[in-house]
Design a protein around this ligand. Structure first.
Ligand code: PGA
Length: 243
C-alpha cells in the first residue's frame, strides 16, 4: 500500500487564535493518524508558532509556505527557513503557482531555495503545474519537465515531495479528472525515475474536496493531496485525509 501524504495549504488565511481553535477540533476529529499516511500543514508564517504548539506530541507535521534562499540577512519581509526549522517546522513548500505568478518567482529562484532548504535537512514540497492555455496547446509535459529540470538540477531525492497542481484547477472548483491526474502523474513519476528520484511521492492539488478525493486518491500514481480551500475547515480536511 502506498504511503499517502495529505497536506493543507492555508495560504494567507487564519490568525494564531484561529489556528489553535482549528487544531483543537482537528485533533478531536482525527484521534490517531493511521501508519500509512502523513498529515501536514502549511499555515501562514505568523501562525507557525501556534500550529507547532497545537500539534506538539502528535504525528502532525508543520511547514512554511515559502522561504528565502538564505538563512538570515538584510531581506526585509522574508521568511527564514532556518528560523522555522529551529522553531520545529519540518517542511517548506516551494514554487507554488501563486508565488510564481503573483510574486514573480522564477525556476532559478525555486532551485536556489530548494538547495538551501535541503542543505538545512528540511523536507521540500515542490509545486509544479501548467496553465489552461498550456494544457490546451498540448504543452503540459514540456512545461512540467522544464519546471522539474530546473528546480531539481542540484536536488537530492531524499526528503522531497512533488505537488502537481494544474494552475487552472487551483481555487477554481474545477479539479483535474481522475484520468487526467493519473495520466499526468504517470508522466511525472517516469520523469523522476529517469533521473534517480525513485519513490518520490507525487501529490495532486487543485480543488480537492471531500466529494472528489476518493476517486483521485484511488489512482495508482497519486500519492496524496495538497489542499487549499477545503483544508481551512477541520471537518472537510479530516474527511479528505480519511479517504
Ligand atoms: P485549492 O488550492 O485546493 O483551493 O484549489 C490548492 C493549492 O493552491 O495548493
Amino acid at each position: 500500500m502506498k504511503n499517502k501524504i495529505f497536506a493543507a495549504n492555508w495560504k494567507m488565511f487564519k490568525t494564531p487564535d484561529e489556528t489553535r481553535k482549528y487544531f483543537s477540533s482537528f485533533r478531536e476529529l482525527v484521534a490517531k493518524t493511521s501508519a500509512d499516511r502523513q498529515v501536514l500543514f502549511f499555515p501562514p508564517a505568523l501562525c507557525l508558532e501556534a500550529a507547532l504548539e497545537s500539534t506538539r506530541g502528535t504525528s502532525l507535521q508543520i511547514g512554511v509556505q515559502n522561504c528565502h534562499a538564505k538563512g538570515e540577512g538584510a531581506f526585509t519581509g522574508e521568511i527564514s527557513a532556518q528560523a522555522a526549522q529551529k522553531m520545529g517546522a519540518q517542511w517548506v513548500l516551494l514554487g507554488h503557482s501563486e508565488r510564481r505568478t503573483l510574486f514573480h518567482e522564477t525556476d532559478a529562484m525555486v532551485s536556489e531555495k530548494l538547495q538551501f532548504v535541503q542543505n538545512l535537512g528540511m523536507k521540500v514540497m515542490l509545486c509544479i503545474g501548467e496553465t489552461l492555455d498550456e494544457r490546451q496547446s498540448q504543452r503540459t509535459e514540456s512545461i512540467l519537465s522544464g519546471q522539474l529540470e530546473k528546480a531539481l538540477a542540484k536536488a537530492r531525492a531524499q526528503d522531497l515531495a512533488i505537488a502537481y497542481e494544474p494552475v487552472w484547477a487551483i481555487g477554481t472548483g474545477v479539479n483535474a479528472s481522475p484520468e487526467q491526474a493519473e495520466q499526468t502523474h504517470q508522466f511525472i513519476v517516469r520523469w523522476l525515475e529517469g533521473r534517480g528520484f525513485t519513490g518520490t511521492p507525487v501529490l495532486y492539488g487543485g480543488s480537492v474536496k471531500p466529494e472528489n478525493a476518493k476517486a483521485l486518491i484511488d489512482q495508482p500514481h497519486v500519492s496524496g493531496f495538497l489542499v487549499g480551500g477545503a483544508s481551512l475547515d477541520p471537518q472537510s480536511f479530516s474527511k479528505i485525509g480519511g479517504v
